[in-house]
Structure formats: C-alpha cells, structure tokens
Design a protein around this ligand. Structure first.
Ligand code: RBZ
Ligand code: NIO
Length: 347
C-alpha cells in the first residue's frame, strides 16, 4: 500500500466566521468576560471541530488498544509482559480503572487486541485485530516490518470507520510501551532521550538509568529511522500504530479526539507529523506524571485540562476529563445570555 492510500488527507479547519460567532456567543453569556477560563477555549475548540455554535457530543467511543513489546524483555518495565493480557481480561471483566470510569460516564468501552502475546476468547467488547503476538525486540532489529506497520494503521482506520458517534477517547495497554513512546518522542522532536524517559510503571533510580541506557542504544541502532512511519516501525508498538490509524481516520471524519496520557500522545505525535491538521481535532485530557510528557505536550501545542498527578494510561485520564466536554457543550447550548436573561451588562 502506498503512503498516499494509507494516510487520509485532512483539511485545516480554518473557519474565521464560525470562530467569531462562537466567541461572541461565549462572551454574551451571563458571566464576566473570560470567567469560565479554559472551559471557554474548550467550547471554542469543540464548536470548530463539530462545525456548530451548539455542538453535540454523540455516542462517545472509548477505545483501549493493547499490544506487547519485544523490548520489554530488556528490563525496561517494572512489570512482566503477562500483565498486558491480564489487564485486558480485567478491562473486559469491568474491574480496571478505565472500566469503572467508562461505566460511570456511559462511555462505550472497546478493547482492541492490536498485538498481545496471548490468545483471547472472543467476546463482546473485544476486537481481535492482532498483527502479531507482540513486536520484535527493537534493540535487535525493527520492532515491526513496514508491512506490519501499514496493516496496523489501516486496521485502526477501518475500526474507526465502523464505529458510530463523533468522539473518540483514546486508551492503551502494553507493558513496555512508555519505552516505545519515549523513543518516538526523542526521534520525532530531536530531543535528548534522558528528557523523554520516565519511570513508567514505577522503576527505581537504578532501573530508570538502565532504561535510559537501553533506549539510547535502540536510538543508535536505528539512526536511519527519521520519518514518522520509519520511526514507528523501528520502535513500535502495534497498539501505537493502530492508534495512529484511528486518530487519522477520526480526524478525517471530523470527530473530537480526546487524548489520554504519554502513550496515546505519542500516537498523536506520529499522526500529526503525517497530517498536522490532526491537532485541531484534539483535546488533551491531562498532564501525566510521566517525565517526558511535558515535552510531548509542548510538541503537540497542547494545553491539558486536568493536572491530577495521573500516571496510569488505559484511557483513565480521557474518561475523567470527559464530563468537562459535556459541560462545555451544555453551557454553549443552555446558558443564558445577558439579553435573554435580562441581566445588566458591565457599566
Ligand atoms: C497493573 C497495571 C495496570 C496498568 N494500566 C495501565 N498501565 C500502564 O503501564 C504500562 C506502561 O508502563 P511501562 O512502560 O513501565 O511498562 C502500559 O501498559 C500502561 O497503559 C498499567 C500497568 C500496570 C502494571
Ligand atoms: O501517561 C501515561 O499514559 C502513562 C504513564 C505511565 C504508565 N503508563 C501510562
């Protein structure tokens, strides 16, 4: 498949008239100018993405992409790879953090096996789209072949096409995937690896130093992998590549993309390097505790909504931020203006 067929074109949302109308609507509401703070920027963004002064969020899809990483065998995570499939079972059984939050907020939760090293019994809420049982060790060779990378992106796009609604909430699970995300961040922003690496599932100081050392070697081994797709194939993982496809498709369909933490951010970074207008469709849920996320947010020109010290992933931050999007839409639609409520304007 050529890159042209793989990557949809995504137009820039330049709608000066709608932006002006939205701003006037926000400013006319019964409150001092700007008093709803960053919620006002969120209203503007949602209005522009959905092309309406009174945007409505429909059938939100929380999709958790899961995959295993060959590099995990190098000791870059505090947990063993088996936790990936065990947590997939936990998501489906309703016991994980993201399961609880999805239930609380009526979000449709779909878990996607993008490449977990485990055979799952088919059941509702699980999509088996396995590219392979885990990526290869990125220190020994590329994590995936160019073909596998293209297949994963394409699968992410078609999964999105089949889902209803106009909001995608991104989540992921994959032991070792903070390493893949850090590698992508370092390569695509040309940043020192030490600034991109964090403790992930909870490495101590010595383990963190070892992780930095392993990742530095991986970067050296793949010095030629400088394009977004080249870096994605070199570093992995399947769940990240599938999210790249889902993000591109969601953006092409003008859905709102609610981005979670460090790993989903890496997928958005790759997608944005392929199609910069993707970023106009994104809302960033939170600032993660993972070191490197600050740099990633800068690269994504993102102002996250929450700062709760989260470092979990799964889409838990996206699910927590979801009610703010609902509030933004309701305020645009339902809050009175000075004129409609008969409230005196500023003297
Ligand atoms: C029980 C458990 C539940 C999780 N839920 C998300 N993650 C998070 O941790 C992993 C990334 O960290 P690292 O790169 O250090 O392996 C991902 O699977 C991520 O979603 C979890 C990790 C654990 C252990
Ligand atoms: O920010 C995240 O997404 C994150 C941080 C640590 C571990 N897993 C995920």
């Amino acid at each position: 498949m050529s890159e042209h067929d793989l990557i949809p074109s995504i137009a820039s949302l330049d709608q000066a008239d709608l932006a002006a109308a939205l701003q006037a609507r926000i400013d006319a509401k019964t409150k001092p100018l700007g008093a709803l703070g960053r919620l006002e920027a969120l209203m503007l963004r949602l209005g522009l993405i959905l092309g309406s002064e009174t945007p409505r969020l429909e059938a939100p899809q929380l999709m958790v992409f899961a995959g295993d990483h060959g590099l995990a065998a190098r000791g870059v995570s505090a947990f063993p790879s088996d936790v990936t499939w065990q947590m997939v079972e936990n998501f489906l059984a309703g016991g994980a953090a993201v399961s609880v939050l999805a239930r609380q907020h009526d979000l449709t939760l779909t878990v996607v096996d993008a490449g977990v090293a485990h055979e799952f019994a088919p059941r509702e809420g699980l999509v088996i789209a396995k590219i392979a049982p885990g990526t290869a060790d990125a220190l020994a060779g590329p994590a995936m072949s160019p073909d596998q990378c293209a297949t994963a992106i394409s699968a992410g796009r078609s999964l999105l096409r089949q889902r209803p609604g106009n909001v995608l909430l991104l989540g992921e699970m994959g032991i070792g995937n903070t390493s893949a995300a850090a590698l992508l961040l370092a390569r695509l922003t040309d940043s020192p690896i030490a600034q991109c690496v964090g403790r992930g599932t909870g490495l101590d100081d010595a383990q963190l130093a070892r992780k930095v050392d392993v990742l530095r070697q991986v970067l050296q081994r793949h010095g030629e992998a400088v394009t977004p797709l080249g870096a994605l194939a070199a570093f992995g993982g399947f769940e990240i590549a599938m999210m790249v496809g889902a993000v591109l498709q969601a953006a092409a369909e003008r859905r709102v993309i609610l981005v979670d933490g460090f790993i989903t951010g890496a997928a958005v970074l790759v997608a944005a390097r392929l199609q910069p207008a993707v970023l106009q469709r994104c809302v960033f849920s939170h600032a993660s505790q993972e070191a490197g996320h600050r740099l990633m947010l800068q690269a994504l020109q993102a102002e996250p909504l929450l700062d709760l010290g989260l470092r979990l992933g799964e889409g838990s931050g996206a699910a927590l931020a979801w009610p703010l999007l609902e509030s933004a839409c309701r305020i645009l639609a339902e809050m009175a203006s000075f004129a409609s409520a008969g409230v005196s304007e500023r003297g």
